[in-house]
Ligand binder design. Structure first.
Ligand SMILES: [Zn+2]
Length: 493
């Protein structure tokens, strides 16, 4: 509570200063924080990236209030989004992805307002997209406040969502559980979807202020940091702040306990369910080692906290900003420690590649997946020397073996590959291609390239083309033949 008081005090002070910026847009109703005030929130969340984050002055701001019911199978949401048009022109419409509707859940919109004016709810693509038509077109550089309410029915099965949005075995996992702004790619709203085996979300760095109202005995773990907690009888209201992040993930269980470690100014939380304590400690060891190596190698992790939660997922692990879901089955005593370690390193690497440096996970999945695998290879070398490096490298070759080491470019959209090819090429061959690229550039030049890549595209969205031209700048060489053979297949015209 004192921290919130401090936030509010800072906000009131700021209000005086930003009065001149005030527009006719409706102020927030869910929180007493002005839309212009990112500073008081970010100070506590992202000390390492505070200055840079403040420069993201056109990034979207989400205010969310999520009220979970006792059974943890449904929730009521209120959401206010402060959106600034950076599309390059005037916008007639704004699109939100309703991802639960392609993941076996049901997300339905109730009230919908643009700048305080009620507008019609219009669903597209079998209910998986919300189209919001503004009463008046939104000019370039102008901001708008879109307010809505929604109901979410949480799936019980994991067939269509590999468990990332589901209530299973006492754990509620809520991935992409609210209307998420789509990305405007310069020409159109990008509403492309991968097949069932690829990552779904493509979104931009945003700021989140989220109040979760939930049964008191529930342990709620989310992206970002907790800034306040108020007991309201059998329910507790907890406020979290996150940013700049591409998504807000929430996971909760009545059975979660936690192991915590503090390294520098980062707090690592490793949650566990009964019988998983030893594995949760190993997750902490591996996570801290990976964080250490990637921080030195690529650049600093920008947030104050990194959490790990076991969930019942058919995937091995799934990355979210500041929080990583790992398959509960990997925590079993006697389970494969090296598999859990490999998954932990891979998902931690995604904090750098996907979380901080964003890319379109549907059309260019190699940018985050092959890099996360390559980072894992470096991690095993760092931690266990040559034998560790060789061991992980062998596992990559074995993945590639699943397609008989076919030479197929790794940089295609997910949907171009079958599920088998996707795993074998993007996760198996992909990191080996990066290893070759490192050899082509020279390891020092490649290491410097990756540091600059991380710095330059921090909180932004990179493309294969941008990756290539930055690499070429570093080697002062022409990489078109390399990219043609191994990554893009053919050069763009
Ligand atoms: Zn991955």
């Amino acid at each position: 509570m004192p921290r919130l008081v401090r936030l509010l005090a800072a906000f009131l002070l700021l209000l005086g200063g930003v009065g001149a910026l005030a527009t006719s847009l409706p102020g927030p109703t869910l929180f007493d924080t002005s839309w212009q005030d990112r500073e008081s929130l970010l100070r506590d969340v992202a000390p390492g990236s505070y200055g840079e984050a403040l420069e993201l002055d056109t990034a979207t701001i989400y205010h969310l209030e999520l009220t979970l019911d006792e059974s943890l199978t449904s929730l009521h949401g209120r959401q206010e989004v402060y959106f600034t048009n950076t599309s390059g022109g005037q916008l007639e419409e704004v699109m939100f992805q309703l991802l639960p509707n392609v993941l076996g859940g049901r997300l339905s919109i109730g009230m919908l307002e643009v700048d305080g004016i009620p507008v019609a709810v219009e669903y597209l693509r079998a209910g998986s997209v919300l189209r919001v038509v503004a009463p008046e077109p939104l000019g370039l550089g102008e901001s708008t406040v879109i307010a809505l309410e929604f109901e979410l029915l949480v799936p019980r099965g994991i067939e269509r969502n590999y468990g990332i949005i589901a209530y299973r075995e006492g754990v509620l996992s809520l991935a992409h559980a609210y209307p998420t702004l789509a990305v405007f790619d310069g020409e159109r709203w990008d509403l492309d979807r991968p097949p069932a085996y690829g990552d779904l979300i493509f979104s931009e760095s945003s700021f989140y202020l989220v109040k979760v109202v939930a049964p008191a005995e529930l342990k709620v773990v989310t992206s970002g940091v907790q800034v306040s907690r108020d007991d309201e009888g059998s329910m507790v209201s907890t406020t979290f702040v996150a940013g700049p992040v591409r998504d807000f993930y929430l996971c909760a269980s009545r059975d979660y306990q936690v192991e915590t470690r503090i390294q520098g100014d980062i707090t690592f939380h490793s949650y566990w369910l009964p019988g998983q304590r030893e594995a949760a400690k190993l997750v902490l060891d591996d996570a801290v080692a990976a964080w250490q190596h990637f921080s030195e190698r690529f650049g600093p992790y920008p947030y104050r906290e990194l959490d790990f939660v076991p969930i019942d997922t058919s995937a091995l692990g799934v990355e979210f900003p500041g929080i990583i879901a790992l398959a509960s089955r990997l925590y079993r005593p006697g389970g494969s420690g090296s598999l859990l370690e490999g998954v932990t390193a891979h998902e931690v690497a995604h904090q750098w590649f996907y979380g901080v440096v964003g890319s379109d996970q549907v059309s260019e999945p190699w940018l985050d997946e092959a890099l996360a695998q390559y980072a894992s290879l470096l991690y095993f070398g760092y931690r266990y020397g040559q034998p560790g490096y060789r061991g992980f490298r062998q596992s990559l070759l074995e993945r590639w073996d699943r397609v008989d080491r076919a030479v197929v470019p790794i940089g295609q959209p997910t949907g171009v590959y079958t599920a088998r090819e996707y795993g074998a090429l993007v996760y198996g061959l992909g990191p080996l291609v990066l290893e070759d690229l490192a050899a082509e550039l020279g390891s020092d030049v490649f290491a410097e390239f990756l540091r600059d890549y991380y710095q330059l595209f921090r909180f932004r969205t990179v493309t294969t083309e941008a990756f290539r031209s930055l690499a070429e700048e570093h080697c002062d060489c022409d990489l078109s033949a390399f990219f043609e053979t191994w990554i893009v297949g053919r050069m763009p015209p």
